[in-house]
Design a protein around this ligand. Structure first.
Ligand code: ADP
Ligand code: MG
Length: 459
């Protein structure tokens, strides 16, 4: 049997015998590097996968290899840099060309001609998909838009502009769109690039004094262009110019453009006005840190993906300690798992507390009540006014700001926010919070009020 065919067969069998999450996390990006009677060498993308395969899955790999007629003395896991990140779907037979690879290869050939060193290592990573994304308050709108785009690219929400803080799932979602489209339409030309990559390639194209047409052609040839972290376009005039033309070409052809950023277009400094306005032509979505319940669900999912059972109190403890960044939340979970596995102990609240004692959680005194009180005081209105029905402007605005603060500081869900404000209908909460979010970017008085409020709240 051909090597890659053999490994496909091994993977197929492994996929059936472990959880989907485990398979995707640990096996999906592996490949057979070498084989002889003594040693089978498996290429893995990073040290984490290497450790895990050696520790947890080595017996399984040996067993499945044996079933496929290979009985090596041992299996060796080697970190293989530059490994393609996407594996073909199981229905296809072995061969060198998945679509994304094809796009990459074509571009690489062009790049060689133009003497540019393209690096496509950061292409789509199939670890990011919709199934392993936990939906909840904070990311549900972004999730819905991304799903709609994956179903019908280039139609409704074009361009899509997702923005929000670090580690809250932007990259995960926009890559999931690419992976989903590719799964349904394997010949779609999907390009995922970080803005740094886009910038670097452009700069290289210029530096080698070749014309930039192959670079431009590659990006303008995309059916779907996904550009991550476009805030890094700030201050780069010539790259912005190039991006402008790429954008126009794709947009006019009704090809989907997806961008992410840590801030909305209007807050990206020194972004050309024509790009700024174009970025907002389609749909702009503010992603928020997932709320407490969602963070708990994420922890449960990620733990069970690794066959690790986390007691509820430990989950809640971690979700309270790590609030703003899901990457850090995952990091905490990984540390906890490693700690417990090394010592062969079950995770409990005592271990979690000892490990993450130093991690600062939200101060206990910041509660829904204290936020409402502080806001009322700040604006010289009474709590009753805030909770009451009055529609005077000098009461409505503090009420809206209180709602916004409940969202931004406590990450409460919209229905909970409505409840705290004594209201039945949570659509008012949604509108109020959106309004304040919008105003924050152009009304310095609102920004200042909120900063002062936060200072007092956390003093
Ligand atoms: P960002 O691009 O916003 O900085 P990422 O997309 O890189 O954040 O997310 C950071 C990590 O958290 C990733 O490993 C991602 O898979 C994970 N993550 C974020 N949000 C979720 C979610 N809702 N469900 C599951 N995993 C998530
Ligand atoms: Mg990101």
């Amino acid at each position: 049997m051909q090597d890659s065919g053999l490994w496909q067969a091994v993977l197929g069998e492994i996929e059936l015998s472990i959880s989907r999450g485990n398979f995707v996390t640990w096996f999906k990006n592996t490949q057979l590097v070498r084989q002889n009677d003594d040693v089978v060498t498996v290429g893995v993308p990073n040290i984490f996968v290497k450790n895990q395969l050696e520790k947890k899955f080595n017996d399984l790999v040996l067993e499945v290899l044996a079933k496929n007629g290979l009985k090596p003395g041992r299996v060796e896991y080697k970190i293989h840099t530059g490994m393609a990140s996407s594996r073909k779907s199981d229905s296809e037979d072995a061969g060198p060309t998945s679509t994304i690879e094809l796009v990459k290869t074509t571009a690489r050939t062009q790049a060689t001609i133009a003497n540019i060193t393209h690096s496509y290592r950061q292409g789509l990573n199939d670890r990011y998909n919709f199934e392993n994304f936990v939906v909840g308050a904070g990311n549900e709108l972004a999730y819905a838009a991304c799903q709609a785009i994956a179903t019908n690219p280039g139609t409704k929400y074009n361009p899509l502009f997702l923005y929000g803080g670090v580690g809250i799932g932007k990259t995960h979602l926009i890559q999931a769109v690419g992976n989903e489209i590719l799964a349904k339409k394997p010949d779609a030309r999907i390009i995922y690039a970080s803005t740094e990559q886009f910038v670097q390639e452009f700069v290289d194209a210029l530096r080698f004094k070749k014309n930039t047409s192959s670079f431009a052609g590659f990006y303008r040839g995309a059916d779907v262009l996904i550009v991550d972290d476009v805030q890094f376009l700030a201050g780069k005039e010539r790259v912005q110019e190039e991006f402008f033309h790429t954008f126009n070409a794709l947009y006019q052809a009704n090809h989907q453009i997806i961008m992410s950023s840590d801030k909305p277009p209007k807050d990206i400094p020194t972004l050309e006005e024509r790009l700024r306005s174009r970025f907002a032509w389609g749909m702009t979505i503010d992603m928020q840190t997932p709320d407490f319940e969602t963070r708990c669900a994420i922890l449960h999912t990620k733990a069970s993906d690794q066959n690790f059972a986390l007691p509820q109190d430990v989950v809640e403890f971690l979700a309270t300690r790590v609030q703003n960044n899901i990457r850090e939340l995952e990091g905490a979970l990984t540390q906890l798992i490693a700690f417990c596995e090394m010592r062969s102990v079950e995770p409990d609240i005592r271990i979690a507390t000892t490990m993450f004692e130093g991690v600062k959680g939200r101060p206990k005194h910041v509660t829904a009540r204290s936020i409402i009180e502080r806001t009322a005081k700040h604006f010289h209105v009474s709590i009753d006014d805030i909770l009451g029905p009055k529609r005077d402007k000098d009461i409505v605005v503090p009420r809206q700001i209180a709602m916004y603060m409940l969202r931004s500081e406590l990450h409460l869900s919209f229905p909970k926010i409505a409840h705290e404000l004594g209201r039945k209908d949570h659509t008012t909460a949604i509108h109020s919070i959106e309004k304040i979010q919008r105003e924050l970017s152009y009304e310095s008085s609102i920004r200042q009020s909120i900063n002062e409020l936060k200072e007092k709240l956390y003093a």
